[in-house]
Design a protein around this ligand. Structure first.
Ligand code: SF4
Length: 334
């Protein structure tokens, strides 16, 4: 049974400029997250990946469709089950400063959920648990970090503390929303390694949300990748297969735009895909048909008329009317 399942989930917001209009931040999303898996969710800003993370953690409720936790609709969980879900599914935010109360020491902030949810009996037990966790993730000496306020720490240290906060309640799934984008490049790999270690050691699933294909590939190299565009998932596959042979023209364009300095990612044999436009349309003004058609070099009349559905292709899923034709006409690979 999947840990998390999204069944045809859509999230609509009211258009601020025209209150009678709805804006689809996430549309028709179907996704299952298995225990212990890492799935990277990639796309440009405004593609719906953060909305997806907020649906999984119940910060946003679906306007349409259902979110299931261990096979049960989250809206139908009883009080005990809902508490288990809220503890079991944690989120790490991009902005570590905003995610921590500036008026509380790290110990005060991190001991609160442990005490509230009776995961420890008293402050001493909370202290001991956090000392153990901080040591494990390299925040040493732990006592010093626990007594500090958020502003006394670097961005990388705060992000480790957010990871410790998520791990402290023994979750089954962590949604990490751009967790390293505000961290020094030199510290990114060590944070990703910590997440990978937590995945391996405790079997914690990760949804890793990013616009950076390099870090997605690093953390999810045995997992899957979901590619988002204007609120829709346009490709889902094993990450290695998808990076090597992207099916959706948008994903092809994303990969071929990666600077060649990263040769492991930027497959040297992959020709770049010149788009008709660099600008992503706004979700408030999404085009009809395939949302990618104003930029897609392969677009035909059908693409302007009909929105493609996700369907099976070469072991993954892709939302493109013409994928077979595009593949058949692709230059042969070395
Ligand atoms: Fe391009 Fe058409 Fe495929 Fe959309 S459906 S990605 S416009 S070829």
């Amino acid at each position: 049974m999947s840990l998390i399942k999204l069944e045809n989930v859509s999230v609509y917001f009211q258009n601020e400029k025209n209150p009678r209009e709805r804006v689809g931040a996430l549309v028709g999303m179907n996704l299952e997250i298995e225990p212990g898996e890492i799935i990277a969710v990639v796309g440009e800003s405004g593609c719906g990946k953060t909305t997806l993370g907020k649906v999984i953690t119940d910060i946003y409720q679906p306007t349409e469709g259902r979110l299931l936790y261990k096979g049960k609709d989250v809206r139908e969980l009883d009080k005990r089950e809902y508490r288990e879900y809220r503890l079991g599914v944690q989120m790490i935010h991009q902005d570590s400063y905003a995610a921590l109360n500036p008026n509380r020491t790290i110990f005060q902030s991190l001991s609160l959920p442990l005490l509230q949810h009776k995961m420890v009996k008293n402050r001493q037990q909370a202290w001991d648990r956090l000392v153990e966790l901080f040591t494990e993730i390299g925040l040493t000496p732990p006592e010093q970090f626990l007594e500090k306020y958020p502003h006394q720490l670097s961005g990388g240290q705060r992000q480790r503390i957010l990871l410790a906060r998520a791990l402290s309640v023994k979750p089954s799934l962590i949604v990490a929303d751009e967790p390293v984008s505000m961290v020094d490049v030199s510290l990114r790999i060590s944070l990703l390694d910590l997440m990978a270690r937590a995945n391996k050691k405790y079997g914690i699933s990760f949804v890793y949300i990013t616009h950076d294909l390099g870090t997605a590939r690093y953390i999810a190299h045995h997992g899957r990748i979901a590619v988002m565009y204007l609120g829709r998932m346009v490709e889902l596959n094993q990450i290695q297969a998808a990076l090597d042979r992207p099916a959706h023209p948008y994903f092809h364009a994303l990969i071929s735009a990666v600077p060649e300095a990263d040769p492991t990612l930027r497959n040297g044999r992959m020709a770049s895909l010149p788009l008709k436009s660099f600008d992503m349309p706004s979700v408030t003004n999404a085009p009809p048909g395939c949302k990618f058609h104003p930029r897609c070099p392969y677009a035909e009349a059908v693409c302007e008329r009909e929105e493609p559905r996700l369907r099976e292709f070469e072991g993954g899923l892709v939302a493109c009317h013409l994928v077979e034709k595009i593949r058949a006409n692709a230059p042969p690979r070395d």
